[in-house]
Design a binder for this molecule. Sequence first.
Ligand code: NDP
Length: 321
Amino acid sequence: METEIERNVKEKSKVLVVGGTGYLGRRLVGASLAAGYPTFVLHRPEIGVDIEKVQLLLSFKQQGARLVEGSFSDHRSLVAAVRQVDVVICAISGVHIRSHHILLQLKLVHAIKEAGNIKRFLPSEFGTDPARMAHALAPGRVTFDDKMVVRKAIEEANIPFTYVSANCFMGYIVGGLCQPGKIIPSRESVSLLGDGNVKAIYVDEDDIATYTIKTINDRRTLNNTLYIRPPENILSQREVIKAWEELIGKELKQTNISKEDFLNIIREQVYEQQVGLGHYYHVFYEGCLTNFEIGDLGEEASNLYPEVAYTRVKDYLKSYL
Ligand code: NDP
C-alpha cells in the first residue's frame, strides 16, 4: 500500500512558503517537508543581516528545502518564484507584537494571477474566520478587514484557494490560561474573562501546519474554508484553568474582569494592544469561534483528517510543568 508521503512525492506538487521564517511559517515548511512535498521557501533580500532568519533558512535547506530569492517590492521576482511551484502558502504577519503586513499579499495575488500556474493558494489567515467578523470592534477589526480584501482579490482573480481558520494558537492563548499579555501559566492566580464559561478553540501550532499541508491536494478543500476544531480542544477558559490546576495539584486564586471593565481597558491601550485585546474580546466574551455551526461554510479538519493525532490542551500544558 502506498503511503501518504509516497503519494505526495509522486504527485510532486511543489510548495512555496512565503513568510517561512515566521512563527507559523517555519512550521508550515517543516510540515510540507515531512509530507514529502518538494518545498521552496521565499528568501527576501530585505532580511539582510538578520542572522537568526538566515540560519533558519539554511536549516530548511539542510532539511531538503530550496530557497528562492524574491521580494515584495520586485513584482518580476515574485512571478518567477511562483512559476517554479504549484502551491503557494503565505504566512506573513498579522497584527500583533511584531507587525502587520496582510495587505502586502495583494502583490502576491497579482504575481500568482500573472504566473497563471498555481493550483492552490493559501493566504495568511490562520485565525478567526474574517468572513464572520464584519461587526468586529475597531481597531482590531483591521485584521479581519484586510484579510477580506485579500480574499476578494483572490476570488476576483479566479485563483484556486483554501482558507484556513485555525482558531487560537495554543502558544499564545493556552500558555497564558487565556489571559491577554500572558504566555506562561501562573501557579498562583488567574483573571477570568467574564464568567470564564465561553467556549473557545485551541490548536497546537504544529497541528495547524500539519492540517494545512493536508489540504493542498484535497479536492474537498478546493475553494473552501478549513475550520480546525479538534473536538477535545473546544474548552472554556475555566476548563483550561482546571486542566492546569489538575496538573499542578493546586487551585488558583480567581478574579473576574467584567465585559464593561474589559472594554474600558481596551480603550486605554495603544493601537497594537487595542487590536490584540479586541480579538480576546470577541473570542472570550462574545464566543465568536464557537457560536456558529460550520455546516455549508466549509470543512472541519479533524473530520477530514482523523489520522492526525492532535495535541490536547492538557498535554500542551504539561510542557510548562
Ligand atoms: P510572524 O509575525 O511570525 O511573521 C511571519 C513572516 O512575515 C516573517 O517571517 C516575514 O517573512 C513576513 N514579513 C514580515 N514583514 C514583511 C514584509 N515587509 N514583507 C514581506 N514579508 C514580511 O507571523 P505569524 O506566524 O505570527 O502570523 C502568521 C499568520 O497567523 C497571520 O495571518 C496572523 O494573523 C495569524 N496568527 C493567528 C494567531 C491565532 O491565535 N489564531 C496568532 C498569531 C498569528 P520573511 O521570512 O520573508 O522575513
